[in-house]
Design a protein around this ligand. Structure first.
Ligand code: FES
Length: 160
């Protein structure tokens, strides 16, 4: 995406929320929803527009696991790391996934296809272990099932 595109996205978000009390979070959500992440240059623009320092805006981005400060891969796999999922074998799924993708959490495969992220409770604890693939929840996931999903994602183009 060209820089002018991100500037347009940031401007639109600022126009909607910069005069609203607590507008920073909606601004960040809107930028990430549109771009998949919050570019470093956008942090400066946002901070200046709402009279916050770069450090303050960056602090909010870092505090919430939801926000990304780097461009994600074409597909995003989020694996729940909370208690119920851990109790049902999520750690094994995570280890297999990391080995298969050859990346750690918060990294993207070298072909730019898949980003792996931790997430903390998807609200599907009764169906643990749970993952989210491109925003779609998957329940009672096994390592074999996850391998199959990864193989499909590697050949699948994400049109979102
Ligand atoms: S603990 Fe994993 S979905 Fe709730």
């Amino acid at each position: 995406m060209e820089s002018t595109d991100y500037e347009d996205v940031v401007s639109a978000a600022l126009e909607k929320h910069s005069n609203t009390e607590g507008g920073l979070l909606p601004i960040l959500h809107e930028v990430q929803d549109a771009l998949g992440y919050i570019p470093s240059d956008a942090v400066d623009i946002i901070g200046k527009s709402i009279n916050r320092s770069r450090a303050e805006v960056h602090g909010v981005i870092s505090f919430y696991h939801h926000f990304r400060n780097h461009k994600p891969g074409e597909h995003i796999i989020q694996v729940c790391r909370s208690e119920a999922c851990q109790a049902m074998g999520a750690n094994l799924v995570i280890e297999n996934l990391k080995n298969k993708l050859e990346i750690d959490f918060h990294e993207t495969t070298s072909d730019g296809k898949i980003t792996l992220e931790p997430i903390y409770c998807l609200g599907h604890c009764a169906c643990a272990p749970a993952v989210m693939v491109d925003g779609v929840p998957k329940a009672k996931i096994s390592s074999d099932a996850m391998d199959g999903i990864v193989d499909e994602l590697r050949v699948l183009k994400n049109d979102n």
